[in-house]
Design a protein around this ligand. Structure first.
Ligand SMILES: Cc1cc2nc3c(=O)[nH]c(=O)nc-3n(C[C@H](O)[C@H](O)[C@H](O)COP(=O)(O)OP(=O)(O)OC[C@H]3O[C@@H](n4cnc5c(N)ncnc54)[C@H](O)[C@@H]3O)c2cc1C
Length: 476
């Protein structure tokens, strides 16, 4: 007797919710039975917006990139597009710390390539020697034998050590909280490798692309700029997803899946607390080392491969201040801190400069990042020690004094997957080994991209694969 497909989604972060939502979207003809398990009391995972004393706080992600279409597309389907807001163009620039002082990142500098020459020549970030070395990039031949390479190795050979240490490490480190000596360029920023291959030089490539990108930005990205968020905070997308799936999916919070067993008839039995249930498909959206713990008893090699992806831990201190207590004008989106400056923070985001209504009039909201792959020992500090450290750093670097309106600490243990050199092969091997376990699907930020759009996309793809695989199998 035919019955509907039983699909479990493990994890109720943005990936799990996007997966469940896609299952609902696809399941109108023959609706599957969808059950989403979330270990914690609330949905959203890393996405967490809070209101405190008139401030809107983001404890996890605060926005998403718009040139990857999946988050904007999902917002459109959820009827949330009108709620999307762009970053404030007035402050669209960043500072980088240079000898203890914030200095503006040269206009047009895109992660590692200077699209415009003059702002780099006049910048005080680099020495004259550093600028000369950067300019040599134009004439350096492309290396044709590279399959994968660390970010540090690539930047060092193309632009020199100074560009790496002074700008690329903190800018890219800010995104991946990673050690650039280990970060895979192919897995994170393949377009730079491709630019080298196609044009022989990144400077040449970005100058050639400048006109085209100006035109395409005017056509599409301009509506939001490069980053967007929701007027009420990123949790709006979580609420919209939860309400959209509520009729067709069973969503269980306080539900940690602790055991997974394959069934001889196909499918899997999931244990959660004292109860067990059987499913035909399981979509895992939890970190790879947690999936490994669950599959280890029946899939040793698969578990080993999943454990090879390392994760870094970060703490964010979100704080509110009277603007009159801050000496620096904070006329940018934030400050990144190169490792060679030997400070104890990675970056400060000037949240209320990026987006409107994040702080009451006359106040500012700051998000200070501590720890990451480069300073793992700082993640181990107590809350009081972390707050003290952040206060001292904000005072020294930005002249933040007085008593903050509030300080909230958000800790993210082993939450940032590290795309080390060889990551693409590592993921391919995980997928290959995973094929031995039909009905298991993997999604989340560990595989093909770390941000919200990639997480959404991977959840949606896993849902599509889960439903489509039904056509090849008889569930009875
Ligand atoms: C500090 C920080 C800042 C970030 N900032 C940005 C940003 O500004 N922009 C951006 O695009 N991206 C950002 N990211 C990345 C983005 O947050 C992630 O890509 C995305 O949130 C990952 O979502 P997820 O659902 O895959 O994982 P998670 O959000 O981690 O969700 C996994 C869920 O699974 C649950 N779970 C775990 N084990 C079990 C189990 N056994 N049973 C049931 N449930 C379980 C957890 O409780 C959790 O809710 C940031 C990440 C971090 C850590």
């Amino acid at each position: 007797m035919n019955r509907s497909l039983r699909i479990a989604v493990v994890g109720g972060g943005i990936t799990g919710l996007a997966a469940a939502h896609r299952l609902v979207e696809l399941g109108h003809a023959t609706p599957p039975q969808i059950t989403l398990f979330e270990a914690s009391p609330r949905l959203g995972g890393l996405v967490a917006t809070q209101q405190i004393q008139g401030y809107t706080l983001e404890l996890g992600p605060d926005s998403f990139i718009t040139n990857k279409p999946w988050a904007v597309d999902l917002c459109r389907r959820l009827g949330l597009e009108e709620q999307l807001i762009p970053t404030d163009p007035q402050y669209r620039r960043s500072f980088v710390l240079r000898r203890g002082k914030p200095v503006v990142v040269p206009d047009g500098f895109q992660l590692m390539t200077p699209a415009r020459i003059w702002p780099v020549l006049t910048s005080s970030i680099f020495s004259w020697w550093g600028k000369l070395r950067m300019g040599c990039e134009y004439f350096l031949p492309a290396r044709r034998d590279v399959i994968d390479e660390s970010l540090a190795s690539f930047v060092r050979r193309r632009f020199g050590q100074e560009v790496l240490e002074r700008l690329v490490q903190p800018l890219v480190g800010g995104i991946y909280t990673s050690d650039p000596e280990k970060l895979s360029l192919r897995a994170t920023l393949p377009r730079f490798l491709d630019m080298e291959q196609r044009f022989g030089s990144l400077i040449r490539a970005s100058r050639a692309a400048a006109k085209t990108s100006d035109r395409s930005e005017q056509a599409s990205g301009a509506r939001y700029g490069l980053f967007a968020t929701h007027a009420g905070g990123t949790a709006q997308i979580v609420q919209a997803l939860a309400s959209k799936i509520s009729d067709m999916a069973e969503v269980i919070t306080h539900a940690c899946v602790t055991q997974v067993e394959p069934l001889s008839s196909g499918g899997y039995r999931l244990t959660c607390g004292a109860s067990s249930r059987e499913f035909d498909r399981v979509i895992f959206t939890i970190p790879t080392y947690q999936i490994a713990d669950l599959v280890e008893p029946f899939a040793t090699k698969f578990a080993q491969a999943l454990r090879e992806i390392e994760y870094a831990s970060t703490t964010i201190v979100v704080s509110g201040h009277k603007f009159s207590d801050v000496r620096h004008p904070l006329d940018a989106f934030g400050l990144v801190v190169p490792a060679i400056e030997k400070r104890r923070i990675l970056a400060v985001s000037f949240t209320s400069r990026k987006f409107p209504n994040r702080a009451p009039d006359g106040c500012v909201q700051l998000r200070t990042f501590v720890g990451g792959a480069m300073q793992p020992e700082l993640f181990l500090l107590s809350d009081d020690e972390t707050k003290q450290l952040v206060r001292e750093e904000l005072r020294d670097l930005l002249g933040v004094g007085g008593v903050p309106d509030f300080e909230v600490i958000a800790r993210y243990p082993r939450s940032m997957p590290q795309y080390h050199v060889g990551h693409i092969d590592r993921v391919a091997r995980i997928r290959e080994l995973g094929r031995q376990y039909p009905g298991i699907f993997l999604a989340g930020s560990a595989y093909d991209g770390v941000g919200l759009p990639d997480s959404i996309h991977s959840g949606e793809l896993a849902a599509e694969s889960g439903i489509q695989s039904k056509e090849n199998e008889t569930v009875s």
